[in-house]
Design a protein around this ligand. Structure first.
Ligand code: MN
Length: 228
């Protein structure tokens, strides 16, 4: 071990369902516009655009029950997404081998400061900090693929105070999980501990303090949070 100049911090991690282990999070990659109806609601043509990615720091992981309303925004959109955690990585991973890299699946919110993002887009500036900030990646516990299999069908649903805001079949993803892993591994070398947020369906909208959010994917543990 090198002699570090400041104390090492704890590696951000996610609970694994059953057994008490933690999954250490190395990096977080998010897919943009991976559902056609969401691409349309954001003003884009889903048919002509290849996948694109942005990142969140692993420290954005949040596993508490009460999510503080983010600073420097008045328009917070928690995008409900299925997340995929990788046990193995690689470069140029073929689609047919991509699922061999998957450790497991969970539910996450890609929390977005939409007003800050809109300003950045208008000014042609990077919108990193509209997506990557304190507690911007709340996630549920992970379910290992070895226990629940690979998740490619079923329903994703996001409710606020019991009212459905987002609902879609996972089969509506433009780029499937194996295609996403394969494509991303052509851009960067994927590594064990990497987490992918797989994109959100239509219906993104603002939440306010006091709201109770529930992110659901069939077969996985709900992600339930209160905004405080
Ligand atoms: Mn998203």
């Amino acid at each position: 071990m090198p002699d570090h100049a400041i104390p090492l911090w704890e590696i951000p991690s996610l609970p694994v369902a059953g057994g008490g282990k933690r999954f250490p999070v190395r990096r977080i990659y998010c897919v943009g516009r991976n559902y056609a109806e969401h691409a349309r609601e954001m003003g884009h043509d889903p048919d002509r655009e290849p996948p694109f990615f942005f990142t969140k720091a692993p420290d954005a992981i949040f596993t508490g029950k009460e999510l503080p309303y983010p600073v420097e925004t008045a328009d917070v959109h928690p995008e409900c997404e299925m997340i995929v955690a990788l046990a193995k990585g690689g470069k140029n991973i073929p689609v047919a081998q991509a699922l061999d890299c998957v450790f497991g699946y969970g539910v996450g919110f890609d929390v977005t400061r939409r007003d800050m993002q809109s300003v950045a887009k208008d000014l042609r500036r990077p919108w990193s900090l509209s997506k990557d900030f304190d507690d911007a990646a709340p996630c549920s516990e992970l379910h290992p693929a070895s226990k629940v299999g690979h998740v490619s069908r079923g329903t994703l649903r996001f409710t606020v105070n019991g009212e459905v805001r987002q609902e879609s079949g996972l089969d509506k993803m433009i780029w499937s999980v194996p295609e996403t892993i394969s494509f991303l591994s052509g851009l960067i070398t994927l590594l064990p501990g990497d987490v992918i947020m797989t994109g959100t369906p239509a219906g993104v909208s603002a939440v306010v303090k006091g709201d109770t959010l529930v992110g659901h994917v069939d077969g996985l543990t709900d992600l339930t949070l209160k905004i405080v």
